[in-house]
Design a protein around this ligand. Structure first.
Ligand code: 5GP
Ligand code: MG
Ligand code: MG
Length: 179
């Protein structure tokens, strides 16, 4: 698409990463009660891929949060738009996100879910921008590290679009700097 500056992570790299994470999660939670919570909207493609690489029975649920609006900069404000329906009391929870940038969103979600009496709350993200971190967040299942660039594709949007691009791509700067 003409808004793409360049491809940062290929389909092959994503597939390989997802397969590894799926295998690790399957091993680590074997015989345990696991609820996987996908963070909408960005996490839906990664979770769809990841869930099919997990070989143990799991509950899948979703939360929808908003922190960015239409801009490419974090507001630091996390609004819960849709909560999970599943009771997580006494269960292991794994939150699945598209990308960790400042870490504010996941930090907030982890703290919120911990108040509901789960056995554990861990975090999995397809992409990680460690240079942008504002809070100390433990990422238990970390995908691919990327530099500080605004990316689209593989679930990630710009102003609601481009989530359906198969690769992770750098958005052309002129797209979000033009007035
Ligand atoms: P954080 O709270 O860690 O700063 O950011 C969390 C959310 O911001 C991500 O789940 C994602 O929705 C959005 N975000 C962060 N970096 C990017 C990016 O490079 N591209 C897009 N499209 N969204 C991003
Ligand atoms: Mg997200
Ligand atoms: Mg977004």
């Amino acid at each position: 698409m003409d808004v793409v500056e360049r491809i940062l992570v290929s389909k092959e790299q994503l597939d390989k990463q997802v397969e590894e994470l799926g295998a690790r999660i399957s091993r680590d939670y074997e015989g345990q009660e696991l609820v996987i919570i996908g963070v909408l909207k960005g996490g839906f493609i990664f979770l769809a891929d990841l869930a099919r690489k997990i070989t143990i029975p799991v509950d899948l649920d979703f939360m929808s949060v908003s922190s960015y609006g239409n801009s490419s900069k974090s507001s630091g404000i996390v609004k819960i738009i849709k909560d999970v329906d599943t009771d997580i009391t006494g269960k292991h929870v794994l939150i699945v996100e598209d990308i960790i940038d400042t870490g504010l969103t996941l930090n907030h979600l982890v703290e919120l879910l911990k108040t509901r009496g789960p056995l554990s709350v861990k975090v999995c993200a397809a992409l990680d921008k460690p240079s942008r971190r504002k809070v100390d967040l433990k990422v238990d299942y970390k995908g691919i590290e990327i530099p500080d660039e605004f990316v689209i594709g593989y679930g990630l949007d710009y102003a609601g679009k481009y989530r359906n691009i198969q690769e992770v791509c750098v958005l052309k700067r002129e797209v979000y700097t033009k007035k």
